[in-house]
Design a protein around this ligand. Structure first.
Ligand SMILES: *[C@@H]1O[C@H](CO)[C@@H](O)[C@H](O)[C@H]1NC(C)=O
Ligand SMILES: *[C@@H]1O[C@H](CO)[C@@H](O)[C@H](O)[C@H]1NC(C)=O
Ligand SMILES: *[C@@H]1O[C@H](CO)[C@@H](O)[C@H](O)[C@H]1NC(C)=O
Ligand SMILES: *[C@@H]1O[C@H](CO)[C@@H](O)[C@H](O)[C@H]1NC(C)=O
Ligand SMILES: *[C@@H]1O[C@H](CO)[C@@H](O)[C@H](O)[C@H]1NC(C)=O
Length: 476
């Protein structure tokens, strides 16, 4: 499925464009149960302190060492094995695997890979604030061609590490329902897309037939919209969506009968055991396009904990070393990564040719120099290696890139697709971008945006976004 223009770009670009005219037990979720246990242990510790203090006062025999040992309670830091939040291995029908004492939350994907990563970040944030166990969907192919297989989240990201950082279990759909199941599951979900995209049906996703689901949608209340009704913006408020996870708001919110499901024609209210929403890409906590800023709550509380799967990261490192011609035994040197997105961004170029519209290479070089200077000033390192990533196909452009002394991963020569599959060039590009000591990206590209956040927060790197869309756009 092609990335639609509205998914690719913030509405700011349109404006810009105009300008350039030119739980358990049953009442508690698994997480509450987990939190409950922490509180219970904390209460025990508090009680112990009081008792010990009383004892000390009464008898005056307790030494500081003894007191210390009384006060030292075993730390509770590990989330239990996520698998224990399911009844067992994947089942034919999803309900056969859900625990009756745990509440879950899920959603679907349909926004292109990077935006799907952000959508999953939004889902995990919603799981945190609704105290539910998230069931994360697999990635679906979009830019790389619809015939590519789905890709489990855990092949790309380190789920155990994420789960530990979030202090919640993180489940994947493949763990819940047999990927080859022929059993069609009926499920009632909330539809938010019709609220923000006037007149639209619930957002579709190729995951729904893959998961063999027959969904009956209930329109979410109008108050889930992040901005006032007369403001033309597609974002939904995550904290408003969270209200729907609790009985009082849920009851008053169900104002309309559910739409019958397409296959069995069943009308089901939104499921409270497995809470689901059609589409979470356009969601935010305080303001639209929030991932653009360092204060983004979803980035800070979830996104930055989404580290790469180590196997994949090692593969990216091997590709980078070959691109930079690093001999065996030498450590991988720091490098500056660049992401120049062209491809379907051409549709925003209006009357301008590629040369006039996209960031010209001398402007990219100026950004690279700024990043090099900042790295030298801040960390005292000279970073001379530069790795370009881009979806540009024009060999002349790449020949120009070479003239700057920059390198890139030649996926065709590496035979990456043949060896590992169609997902790998884009996955490895994203990892390489994030591993730069410094990074230069393309404004309005969410792939660049995520790389920028990662380089900034994971490695305290130097980052720049280059502007484009008209001649001289990046002049400064
Ligand atoms: C919940 O499931 C367990 C088995 O997993 C069963 O023993 C128990 O009766 C169920 N409770 C309810 C309320 O359905
Ligand atoms: C990384 O992905 C591989 C599959 O490619 C998987 O076997 C492995 O468990 C994953 N590692 C982590 C830490 O998630
Ligand atoms: C699903 O079916 C495919 C094709 O028949 C098979 O290769 C794969 O191993 C099956 N997966 C599981 C988890 O059973
Ligand atoms: C790669 O490095 C080796 C020395 O380590 C050198 O002999 C070779 O010419 C280099 N290849 C390229 C393409 O720069
Ligand atoms: C970095 O490069 C500058 C100028 O080329 C040089 O003066 C300086 O010694 C280098 N610093 C290090 C740490 O290599």
């Amino acid at each position: 499925m092609a990335l639609t223009s509205d998914d690719a770009l913030p509405s700011r670009l349109y404006q810009y464009h105009d300008l350039s005219r030119p739980g358990r037990p049953s009442t508690r979720s698994g997480i509450s149960h987990y939190i409950f246990r922490r509180q219970f242990i904390a209460s025990c510790a508090a009680l112990a302190i009081v008792s010990v203090a009383a004892l000390a006062l009464l008898t005056l025999v307790t030494t500081p060492t003894q007191l210390q040992s009384f006060l030292t309670a075993a730390p509770v830091t590990e989330v239990e094995d996520a698998q224990s939040y399911l009844l067992g291995p994947p089942t034919q029908s999803l309900r056969d695997n859900l625990r009756n004492d745990t509440k879950y939350i899920t959603s679907w994907l349909n926004a292109g890979w990077t935006n799907d990563v952000m959508t999953i970040g939004n889902l995990l944030y919603l799981a945190l604030i609704t105290e539910r166990v998230p069931i994360v969907p697999s990635f679906i192919p979009s830019h790389i061609g619809p015939e590519a297989p789905t890709l489990p989240f855990g092949h790309v990201f380190d789920v155990p590490r994420l789960s530990k950082a979030l202090r919640i279990p993180v489940l994947e759909w493949d763990q819940v329902k047999d990927v080859n199941s022929s059993s069609l599951d009926e499920l009632g979900c909330w539809a938010v897309w019709p609220i923000v995209e006037q007149g639209a049906p619930p957002r579709d996703s190729s995951l729904i037939p893959k998961l063999n689901l027959d969904l009956s949608y209930t329109r979410a209340p109008d108050w889930v919209k992040l901005t006032a009704p007369d403001i033309n913006d597609k974002h939904v408020s995550l904290w408003s969506l969270a209200r729907l996870a609790y009985p009082e708001a849920r009851e008053t919110a169900i104002s309309q009968p559910p739409d019958p499901s397409p296959q069995h024609q069943v009308s089901l209210p939104p499921d409270d055991h497995l809470l689901c929403y059609d589409y979470l890409y356009y969601t935010a906590v305080t303001s639209a396009w929030e991932w653009n800023w360092d204060y983004s709550p979803v980035w800070r509380f979830v996104g930055k904990h989404m580290h790469w799967n180590a196997t994949l990261e090692k593969l990216a490192d091997e590709h980078a070393r070959r691109a930079m011609n690093i001999s065996d035994g030498e450590p991988t040197p720091p490098f500056i990564s660049i992401h120049m997105r062209h491809g379907d961004f051409r549709i925003y170029c209006n009357e301008f040719s590629d040369d006039q519209c996209f960031v010209p290479l001398p402007a990219v070089a100026r950004r690279v120099a700024e990043v090099q200077q900042e790295l030298f000033d801040k960390k005292g390192i000279n970073v001379s290696h530069v790795i370009m990533t881009s979806d540009e196909r024009d060999p002349n452009w790449w020949a120009e890139v070479r003239k700057y002394g920059w390198t890139w991963v030649d996926y065709a020569a590496e035979r990456t697709v043949e060896k590992y599959g169609r997902w790998y060039p884009v996955l490895l590009d994203a990892i390489l971008q994030s591993r730069g000591a410094g990074f230069v990206g393309t404004e309005y590209s969410t792939m660049s945006l995520l790389a920028l956040r990662r380089v900034q927060d994971w490695d305290d790197g130097a980052v720049r976004m280059a502007k484009w869309g008209r001649p001289g756009a990046d002049d400064h």
